[in-house]
Design a binder for this molecule. Sequence first.
Ligand code: APR
Length: 269
Amino acid sequence: MDDARDHDRPDLDPALLRAARTARRVAVLTGAGMSAESGVPTFREPGEGFWSRWSPEELATPEAWEDDPQLVWSWYLWRARQVRALAPHAGHRALAAWSRGARVEVVTQNVDDLHERAGSAVLAHLHGSLFAFRCAGCSAPYPAERVPGLAPGAAAPGGEPEREHPPACPACGGPVRPGVVWFGELLPEGALDRAAEAVAAAELVVVVGTSGLVQPAASLPLIAAGRGIPVVEIDPRDTALTPHADFTVRAGAARALPLLVPGAAAASC
Ligand code: APR
C-alpha cells in the first residue's frame, strides 16, 4: 500500500506552530505571491511576471499616464477584469478563518480584492486597489460599478489588453484614473502608519509572497525583527527578506497557510 502521506507537504517548525497557536495578535504582510495560486501573475518572476512582459516605466508611473492615459487605463482595466474572473484560494480562506480566533491584521501590497473576497478585512492596501477609481483632475471618487466589464460575474478578458478610453469624471470632465499607487507616488494617507503599528504590536508577523524589493513596504518586517517579534516568511524562494525571518516555509501560500493557521488544516479535510 503506498504511503498516502502528502510527500511535498511542507513540515512546519513546531516552534512556529506553537507561536501561531498562541499569538493573540498577528500581522500578515502579503505581496503578489499571495495571489499567484489564484492565477494573478506576480511582477518579477523570470519570464512570467508582469514586468517581464511590460515595462513599469511605460505603465505604472505618473509620466506614463500623462504620456498615454488610454494605454495605462486599458492595462489596469484588463488586470481588474482578470481579477474579477479569478477566486481566492485556500490560503486566503485560512487567513480569514484565523481572524475568527485571533486579531489578524492583513497589510497587502496587492491591488486585487482576493483577501476581502475570502472574508479578511484588509488593514491597508499599501499600493492602492484596482477597484478604487478617481478623477485624475479633481480626485473625485468614481464608482467601480460604472466601469464596463467589472460587474461581478463578468466574462474574463482576452489574453491582451484592448485600448479603451478612460471615462470622464461627472464632476469636472477630467479623465478617470486607476486607484493604484504608481512608482514615485505617495502611499494612501495613513496606510503605512497603520501597517507599522500593526507590525510593532504583533506577537507574530507572517510575510507571504513578496520579493521584499519595494520600499517602504519592504521595511515593515524589519520593525518586527528589531523588536524580537518572530517573523515567518512563506515563499517558494529566498528573498531579500529571508535574512530577517526567524522561520522560512519554502512553499506556496495556498499550501502553507492552511498548515500554519490553527485548526485550518483539520477544517479543510
Ligand atoms: N506563494 C508564495 N509566494 C510566491 C508564490 C506562491 N504561490 N509564487 C511566487 N511567490 C513569490 C516569489 O518567489 C516572489 O518572492 O512571490 C514574490 C513575488 O515578488 P514580486 O513579483 O516582486 O511581487 P511583490 O514583492 O509583491 O512586488 C512589490 O512591486 O511592482 C511593484 O507595486 C508592485 O506591489 C508590487 C511591488
